[in-house]
Design a binder for this molecule. Sequence first.
Ligand code: AHG
Ligand code: MN
Ligand code: MN
Length: 340
Amino acid sequence: MRFKTLTEFIVEKQGEYPHATGGLTRLLNDIGIAAKFVNREVNRAGLGDVMGYVGEVNVQGEEQKKLDVYANNQFIAALKYGGECCAIGSEENEEIITFDSGVSMHGKYVVAMDPLDGSSNIESNVSIGTLFSIYLRRTVRGKATLEDFLQPGRNMVAAGYVLYGSSTVLVYSTGNGVNGFTLDPSVGLFILSHPDMKYPDGGNIYSINEASYNNFPEGVKKYINYCQEDDPATKRPYSTRYIGSMVADFHRNLVRGGIFMYPGTSKSLFGKLRLLYECNPVAFLAEQAGGKASDGFSRILDIQPTSLHQRAPLFVGPTSMVEKAEEFMKEYAPEFKPKH
Ligand code: AHG
Ligand code: MN
Ligand code: MN
């Protein structure tokens, strides 16, 4: 049997893009190539020289780890030399990175990315990921600007993630369904393994870091109680699964049916996750898979961003589960409605 590769699939789908000129095809391919390099390093992470910190602190004040830096550099290089992307907004860089020389200065796309998501899990052989979202630039000529990135998520032309897990999977959407590809390491190719991904009916998993329970909005506490109640007809009590790498938690919930939540708390009203390169890509994928993504009150993809690294509360998963959580938020925690 002959399997379909990522490259073949992307080329085949090119005709379906609204602005099909081959540029987005090449850009997605570039991301696939960078992902293979990162995958190689992730798989060697136990071998010493790539482990540990590089001694820098990134824009969120977190220590950057060597693999964060490696992944960031790989994706920047792939996009810079690929020629289709004129600027990158990365979790690891305070300012946007613009390409103002070489092939990429004329690229019409900008990419927001979290090059390594879940980096606290590196040392413990637990799944980590990469998140990306792609927009058409807004400005017409010259260097890209921050304005090119401050677009609501609904403008996205494509988004996806790479999950470096028990196998490595690349999942993406160009707004026409969600497809997943598994890396066959023996031939170094991503093979179509999850065509047209949709949330299954009747999800029964909830994913949240319950250690923050005391600081959660009343609506989240009530929703967690709802998840824990006995009601066999609705498969409750649900199961808790929380890996601490959003890409891995999101992927499992997409395949198995579950809601992922990172709400605001009394200590941090907007939660932890970054809107542009964490919430927006999974929100886009969730909607494409028949699900929903909300800040507890409104659609994530409708938020008008005001800064590159801003945070947003996130409730993402099957529509019925997210709507139930929203019901509790609206009834019991209206004061947590974020003013983005
Ligand atoms: P990153 O490694 O890019 O900083 O992101 C980590 C994020 C996300 O992946 C995960 O869901 C969340 O942080 C976990 O946070 P808690 O430890 O607060 O649960
Ligand atoms: Mn992250
Ligand atoms: Mn990260």
